[in-house]
Write a protein that binds this ligand. Sequence first.
Ligand code: PGA
Length: 249
Amino acid sequence: MRKPIIAGNWKMNKTPSEAKALVEALIPLVKEAVCDVVVCTPAVDFAVVSKAIEGTNIKLGAENVHWAASGAYTGELSADMLKECGVEYVIIGHSERRQYFGETDATVNQRTLAAVKAGLTPIICVGEKREQREAGYTNALVSYQTLIALAGLTPEQIENVVIAYEPVWAIGTGLTATDEQANETIGVIREAIRSTYGDVADKVRIQYGGSMNPKNCKGLMAQPEIDGGLIGGASLKAEDFSKVVNFDK
Ligand code: PGA
């Protein structure tokens, strides 16, 4: 009932010429995909990538967005700037933004509201650190992060939001949550959405992220609550990313 969505998160990788080569290699490999396919790239790559993906089934995403429409925010990009560059999706609240750049649940919420208002689809990242999981806080924490991020949106708006459950201990570490752990926590996130917004929760797509790759994607995607993946390392090689996108083949 929910269409799966596989998104690459390139992070701070790929110059424009490298981005062009990667996306051109990717296009033929993912053209039969049954899921939505998104590449979230550095802003300097938007021009070459949006041109290369014209007329294909690949969509362009950004890795962050500011909440203000314009103004004195050196180094930031507004939702309208992204839109005009052909961006349709935007990652918000990635754990690296939270860890290294002071992102908080409150700013994640502000960015989410700005993205939705501009017609961008946010991919909101939530997830626990290892010590939080060990202390038994995972469910409370991901529920809280999700509900704060969504505060102020209507159920109709929430329907189109994507959530990425990314356990921080699994990002870039080669450690993946087990299929069951990921499924269970994503189920918790869905119930948190249901508790506040009702049955629209069944329409929200919730991805798993954290060392997802060609080897483990099938098992994860077979879980009933998991609607896709946010892929870091494995999105930087066309062949690897295409294998995740084609998880059903
Ligand atoms: P990873 O990154 O796949 O390299 O673990 C995922 C992410 O940070 O979105």
